[in-house]
Design a protein around this ligand. Structure first.
Ligand code: FAD
Length: 340
């Protein structure tokens, strides 16, 4: 059996940033991920300046595609306006692999199935043993399922479903576009150009609210693709997108049980206005590491619930994404429909 001080399950931004910080602080750490990196991760790949600051990432030294914007073009209820905000775009397939390599801890490809507690150790699949266990496995995190689900049941009405495709494309419009609540979507669609001729297009909405209306994300995707064609943003698109589901931020009561922690999407930390999850994942990973190595309290209360600083905009978006749909679903049970 392989023994280590800290065992991290999941090598996305939450797990790799936790590993990075633990290693800097001299904690022996091992990371397991079910997939070999570089791996596909569905994501628009839009990151904030806070993400760069948390990761101490200087774009000049980042070896992959990196694009910066100073505004979003927002389309809302038939109006289009520019929202000034410095943002960046990366490709997750590159970014996550780079972060994982940079963190410098040993990484083993292993799909975790069983977690048991034996004295002061966590035993994973009878093969790995650690005093500290960090659940960074995203929506399907096995640490969440084994140790946290009963304490922190996920709220169905905060589950978002997405479809997305990233591809080489000679785009004519280099701006980042967001369409909110188009065709009554309880969410938004995006067009995010990457550096050197890549483009990410996608759509995400609240799963329960869509279902309650007899709508679904595939129907919304077809409408979105037709709109992109009409606007000449993407012509003749016929690829099949891929889907993923994750959770927006709820009140999260328990993020640590004894020496087990959960971080990132395993908690459900994505913001309630923009469903931004990379920044909260990284921040929580770093905080869990500080709790282990420095004895700090581990709490996600200080991690922002919103992406957009302008109060009225995030309130408006939250109202149409979360508050209004939730009202009509207030009797929904607190268990996810279908994770992943
Ligand atoms: C379509 C889409 C678009 C998005 N766009 C954005 C965006 O533009 N900006 C933004 O900030 N956020 C965005 N998000 C959210 C963001 O992608 C997530 O919040 C973020 O990836 C969470 O990071 P994480 O490290 O917690 O989990 P993940 O990145 O999901 O990593 C989890 C890792 O755990 C591994 N794992 C899972 N189960 C096991 C197991 N049993 N054993 C071992 N390993 C396991 C997985 O292989 C994976 O590598 C988007 C999400 C989607 C779906």
């Amino acid at each position: 059996m392989q023994t280590t001080d800290a065992l991290i399950i999941g090598g996305g931004p939450a797990g790799s940033s936790c590993a990075w910080r633990l290693r800097q602080q001299g904690v022996e750490t091992l990371l397991l991920d079910a997939q070999a990196f570089p791996r596909l991760k569905l994501c628009a790949g839009w990151v904030t300046p806070e993400v760069l600051a948390d990761l101490q990432l200087d774009p000049a030294h980042y070896p992959h595609r990196f694009n910066s914007f100073d505004q979003f073009v927002v389309h809302l209820f038939g109006l289009s306006f520019k929202l000034k905000s410095v943002q960046h775009s990366i490709r997750r397939v590159e970014f996550d692999a780079w972060l994982l390599q940079r963190c410098g801890v040993p990484v083993i490809q292993h799909n975790v199935r069983e977690i048991v507690r034996e004295g002061s150790y966590y035993i994973v699949d009878g093969a790995y043993r650690a005093r500290y266990l960090i659940g960074a496995g995203g929506t399907r995190c096995p640490v969440y399922r084994s140790l946290f689900r009963e304490k922190n049941p996920r709220a169905r009405e905060l589950q978002t479903v997405t479809l997305e495709h990233e591809f080489a494309y000679d785009y004519a419009d280099p701006r980042c576009h967001l369409w909110f609540f188009n065709h009554k979507l309880p969410g938004y669609a995006w067009y995010v150009p990457k550096a050197n001729g890549y483009l990410n297009i996608g759509i995400g909405g609240m799963a329960q609210a869509l279902k309650a209306r007899g709508d679904d994300i595939w129907h919304q995707w077809a409408l979105f693709i037709a709109d992109l064609d009409k606007k000449s943003l993407v012509r003749g698109f016929h690829e099949q997108p891929k889907g993923y589901s994750y959770y927006l931020r709820d009140q999260v009561d328990t993020v640590r049980v004894d020496n087990a922690f959960i971080v990132g999407d395993a908690i459900g930390l994505a913001t309630r206005d923009m469903a931004e999850g990379i920044g909260p994942a990284i921040r929580s990973g770093l905080m869990a590491a500080d709790a282990i190595s420095k004895g700090f309290e581990y709490s996600v209360r200080s991690i922002g619930r919103f992406s957009i600083e302008q109060g009225w905009i995030h309130r408006l978006l939250e109202y149409f994404m979360v508050t209004r749909p939730t009202r009509s679903l207030k009797h929904a049970a607190k268990e996810p429909l279908n994770e992943g």
